[in-house]
Design a protein around this ligand. Structure first.
Ligand code: GDP
Length: 327
């Protein structure tokens, strides 16, 4: 599919967006020869990566993620930044459709010169989507984008996946009265380095104030992810471009506090090591499952485990023994 990886590498380094799009298609492919080319390309580009701030953005459908990304993205471009937007949308794997894949989203940003908007890779498992998005993020950095936004839908595991590939995690919420914390799971709130109450405009402005207070008190009882950053809650209106510059000030403050303390680098190093081990585990499992010796044993072992005749640990050991014994 790619004739010459060296040429593609040079084009990406030069910031060629068509080459970047092509390279992302390459890393999204599951074909073995494409994977091989993708690995060569990524390895060659590693020295060009790492020079962006990586932001994760999450919130339930309808909270205003794409409106927010458009507002923040356009603001950043005005400030001279270049912005890439990626997505992790596991719903596309489950339903075949996609929450984040809608083509009409982020229209002005998608056509802006210094922006690059890429929907979530379709038809893959969360693990697959996560891997491709991580690799795409590195490609975007190599192409010179200095702000990378990774969007995800608020459906549980995907938030953790996005927090694990970004530096700072932004959680968008709606203004809501009452003391219910919008059913947001504590685990998700604990990932947030900045909470934004969006749609704080018009009739909702007062409700937003109440929501700010509720979440501020909730944050008091939570442990922050970083020693040198205390998460906070802010209001904004993405539709009316209000509060967007303050959001960016917070991102800058986060970045300098963590960079100065060495925590940003430590976190990235930890993310890279964790990624290496999860890749290793996934590749090993895939190889094991494809192994003829193992395959012939699986039906019998699965049945024994299902019927309660064999402990799962013993069955696992047998699979591994056969895997290791036969080449
Ligand atoms: P997403 O599903 O989280 O990406 O949400 P969208 O960005 O598509 O927004 C959902 C709806 O909320 C759209 O009709 C937006 O125009 C509207 N919306 C988004 N941000 C704001 C805001 O700050 N204020 C108001 N009033 N509406 C907003």
């Amino acid at each position: 599919m790619v004739e010459n990886v060296d040429i593609l590498r040079d084009q990406i380094r030069a910031g060629d967006r068509r080459a970047l799009a092509k390279a992302i298609t390459l890393v999204e492919s599951t074909r073995a020869d494409h994977r091989q080319q993708a690995s060569v390309l990524l390895e060659a580009l590693m020295p060009d990566t790492g020079n962006s701030i990586r932001l994760g953005i999450s919130g339930v459908p309808g909270v205003g993620k794409s409106t927010f990304i458009e507002a923040l993205g356009n603001y950043l471009i005005e400030q001279g930044h270049s912005v890439a937007v990626l997505a992790v949308d596991p719903t596309s794997a489950v339903s075949g459709g996609s929450i984040l894949g809608d083509k009409t989203r982020m229209e002005t940003l998608a056509f802006a010169e210094n922006a690059f908007v890429r929907p979530s890779p379709a038809g893959q498992t969360l693990g697959g989507v996560t891997r491709r998005t991580r690799e795409s993020l590195l490609l975007c950095e190599a192409a010179g984008f200095d702000v990378i936004l990774v969007e995800t839908v608020g459906v549980g595991q995907s938030e953790t996946a996005v927090a694990d590939m970004t530096d700072m995690f932004l959680l968008l919420l709606l203004p809501a009265g009452g003391d219910e914390l919008q059913g947001i799971k504590r685990g998700i709130m604990e990932l947030a380095d900045l909470i934004l109450v969006n749609k704080a405009d018009g009739e909702q402005a007062n409700t937003a104030d109440q929501t700010l207070n509720d979440y501020r008190s909730a944050l008091h009882f939570m442990k922050s992810r970083f020693a040198h950053w205390q998460p906070s809650v802010m209001a904004c209106s993405s539709l009316h471009n209000q509060g967007i510059d303050q959001v960016w000030q917070q991102v800058e403050a986060f970045r300098s506090a963590l960079t100065e303390a060495g925590e940003l680098e430590q976190n990235r190093a930890l993310q890279a090591r964790t990624w290496m081990w999860s890749e290793t585990a996934e590749a090993l499992i895939a190889d094991l499952k494809n192994h003829p010796q193992v395959q012939s044993l699986v039906p019998e072992l699965e049945q024994a485990v299902t019927e309660g005749n064999l402990p799962a640990t013993v069955a696992a050991q047998r699979l591994i023994e056969h895997y290791k014994a036969g080449d």
